[in-house]
Each structure stands twice: as structure tokens, then as C-alpha cells.
Write a protein that binds this ligand. Structure first.
Ligand SMILES: [Zn+2]
Length: 83
């Protein structure tokens, strides 16, 4: 797996560690641990009427996972925050 410093938030040229394919990755945004913490924090503050789910729909707060376009396997993750 590649480290955070090597992966950004956008598709980029990298070498797949699985099939050695070199080319652009494709990215998907996944709710990371910071989403969980933010939702938990909202619940603790009394925002249980739905707004606690707000962080879950804001893509800027989601981890970016890079996948190989050749074999489709995960290349690495760019976490928004380290938890
Ligand atoms: Zn690959």
C-alpha cells in the first residue's frame, strides 16, 4: 500500500503494487473514522434529529481510496485525518 504522502485526493499516475500496472488510479470517497467521530460528536451535542448525519454526506470529510484501473484492487488510501 502506498502512503498518504504519495497519494492525493484526485486520480493520479501510480504503479499498482498488485499487477505493476502504471497509469491513473480511480478514486472513491469512503466515510472514514473522522466521519464517525463527527457524527458521535453531533449526537453528544443533541443533534439527533438528522443533522448528525450531515458529515456523512459531505465528501470533503471522506477518505479517498485509490484503485487500480487494470486489476481493480485497492492501491492505497488518502485519509483526511489520522485518528
Ligand atoms: Zn493493478
Amino acid at each position: 500500500m502506498l502512503q498518504k504522502s504519495e497519494l492525493g485526493e484526485e486520480p493520479q499516475i501510480c504503479v499498482c503494487p498488485h499487477c505493476k500496472y502504471q497509469g491513473y488510479s480511480f478514486v472513491e470517497r469512503d466515510p472514514g473514522c473522522c466521519i464517525f467521530l463527527m457524527c458521535t460528536g453531533c449526537v453528544c451535542m443533541g443533534c439527533v434529529a438528522g443533522c448528525c448525519l450531515m458529515p456523512c454526506v459531505v465528501t470533503d470529510f471522506k477518505d479517498v481510496t485509490h484503485y487500480c484501473v487494470n486489476c481493480g484492487l485497492k492501491i492505497g488510501t488518502h485519509p483526511i485525518f489520522f485518528c
